[in-house]
Write a protein that binds this ligand. Structure first.
Ligand SMILES: Nc1ncnc2c1ncn2[C@@H]1O[C@H](COP(=O)(O)OP(=O)(O)OP(=O)(O)O)[C@@H](O)[C@H]1O
Ligand SMILES: [Mg+2]
Length: 258
């Protein structure tokens, strides 16, 4: 039994990655073409781009849920070949275990890691409080709204305190007030316990608020069109002229990438 569950923040290197999916009509889709970038330990990098440009594919490749058709993904210089507990993913479409309660879903990774029950319970309680679901601990996923399911997915990923956090539109289906609270909480967690974050969003303002860097992908197949460093002090103010300037620049880049 262990009681510590924290992993150090790693580097990520994506090297010349192509990803092609075979499709039922036989035509196939190239989701990503020649994508390369690196992320330093503890960096918060957001990926934006038009729908279908390969953002989810990219996050899944880094998580080891998919393999590149060619090229490679390295985490701390080791090629990624499968999912691992030090890389947690918050999925766009929740992916909760329907037969487990909210509490059991959040505890899942901790059980896998053999974390002692008292530590586990404490951690699960803290994570449920963080996402505002303490009163739904014994509910099952089918009994929750989309936003609640999304928050359970977030709590489950944060519970194992991974060094690398992969987040695919983690706030996509939560209401705007909860979204702002979770954005703040995530930034607090990221600042307190160093984590490398790959964050996917459609929301340009969210990208500027959260990130050290924003990768802009082109439309299908996805390629890196731009890599914008957000040089604004934190906490950031959405009404600040420089903040609005970044939002405008990124909007233009995304609009012209289709
Ligand atoms: N399992 C799959 N089989 C076949 N094609 C796929 C599969 N997964 C994704 N694709 C295709 O790969 C491309 C990229 O998909 P992906 O889900 O990565 O895009 P995305 O940028 O996350 O889109 P969105 O913003 O809508 O979430 C799309 O053309 C999609 O149809
Ligand atoms: Mg997606």
């Amino acid at each position: 039994m262990t009681d510590t569950v924290s992993s150090p923040a790693p580097t990520v290197a994506v090297e010349g990655v192509h990803k092609r999916y075979e499709t039922t009509d036989g035509a196939g889709t190239t989701a990503l073409a020649d994508v390369s970038f690196t992320i330093d330990p503890g960096e918060f990098v957001t990926v934006v781009g038009p729908s279908g440009c390969g953002k989810t594919t990219l996050a899944r490749l880094v998580g080891g849920f998919e393999s590149p058709t060619s090229g490679r993904v390295l985490v701390d210089e080791t090629p990624v070949t499968s999912p691992a507990p030090d890389r947690a993913m918050v999925f766009q479409a929740y992916h909760l275990f329907p037969w487990l309660s909210v509490q059991e879903n959040v505890a899942f990774g901790l059980v896998e890691q053999g974390v002692a029950e008292d530590v586990r319970n404490e951690r699960v309680e803290a994570m449920l409080e963080l996402v505002g679901l303490s009163d739904r601990a014994s509910a099952y996923p089918a009994e929750l709204s989309g936003g609640m399911k999304q928050r359970v997915g977030l709590a489950r990923a944060l519970a194992v305190d991974p060094g690398l956090l992969l987040m695919d539109e983690p706030f996509g289906s939560v209401d705007s007030q909860t979204r702002r609270r979770l954005q703040r909480e995530l930034l607090d967690i990221w600042r307190t316990v160093e984590k490398t974050v790959v964050f996917v969003t459609h929301d340009i303002q969210e990208a500027v608020l959260m990130s050290d860097r924003v990768l802009v992908l082109t439309g299908t197949p996805g390629r890196v069109r731009d890599d914008v460093t957000v040089e604004l002090p934190r906490p950031r103010d959405r009404t600040d002229d420089a903040f609005i300037g970044y939002v405008d620049t990124l909007f233009d880049l995304v609009e012209t990438t289709i």
